[in-house]
Design a protein around this ligand. Sequence first.
Ligand code: SF4
Length: 341
Amino acid sequence: MKPRYLTKSRFKLAHECPTKLFYTGKKDYVDNKLDDDFLRSLAEGGFQVGELAKLYYPGGTNIDELDHAKALAITNELLQRDKAIIYEAAFVFNNFFIRADIIIKSGSKIRLIEVKAKSYDNEEGFTGKNGSIRSTWKPYLLDVAFQKHVIKQAFPEFEVEGNLMLADKGQLTSIDGLNQKFFLSSVEGRTKVNVIGGTSAKDLGTAILATVNVDEYIEMLYQERYDFNGNDLSFIELANRYAEIYATDQITFCGLGSHCGSCEFKASDVQLKEGLLSGYHECWTAQANFKPEDFSTPHVLKIWDFRKKDDYITNRKQYFQNGITRADLDAEKPKKHTELG
Ligand code: SF4
């Protein structure tokens, strides 16, 4: 039987809601994010950014082998060398398995570089005024923290440095038509980015991607405590818990809340009629005792910009709009959006 590894995308999914680990990858269940993520990546240039990043660290070995064991063997062989640049390097430790975007190995040091199609402002940084990590950056930093943990466990003899490679807000491209140097193709159902032959870093003009060392923030995340179903866990305990949930394929309910409003495992009426399964419907039936008719009753989740959703759902157990008071809605109006930490 194929091992059920916790990968970086599954770690991210679990951090949104651990219950999602049960529904992900099962073809009987609706997953609306599969297409969404692909389209968003296309729109934001995610595929091209990954390829552009490799040009800034040229001369590496691209491991496009999909087979886990083969990808691990190639990675291990390359890491035997004193110096190596590896794209899509594979690492495994217990039930964790990751493919790292870029690895630069030099002696006993490994630089891990995670590439994101997201812009970064050096002046603003990753933390808010109160010194804690901004919520908008947290998923990205958790991602690198998770990868660093796996590499450290797989190769304890190496010093591992975590980096994010991001679009530098302070730089404008000095080359016209930079994006035309990259074109997309589909090979066996997978999207591939091809770089026009002969393109090198010097053809790219001003560096528009910045590599930012994020070890300081990773350390903050390692020190943080995480609530998991009422248990106070460390980062490593949390990652182990996610890995165990996924490996055993047991459904784990961790509470309903405002996060359910964007659940990708919610089937539409049409999808339900087609016989597809809906994780969302299962969750609300099991945890809120929903009957079929409740799914068509106007839900608290549907109220736009209503910040008391969690209070209504978790504490008051009032799931429908007819339970909302005028005073609650009015109380929302004067407040302005501010970024929390
Ligand atoms: S419906 Fe809510 S609890 Fe269930 S998987 Fe989706 S987000 Fe998680």
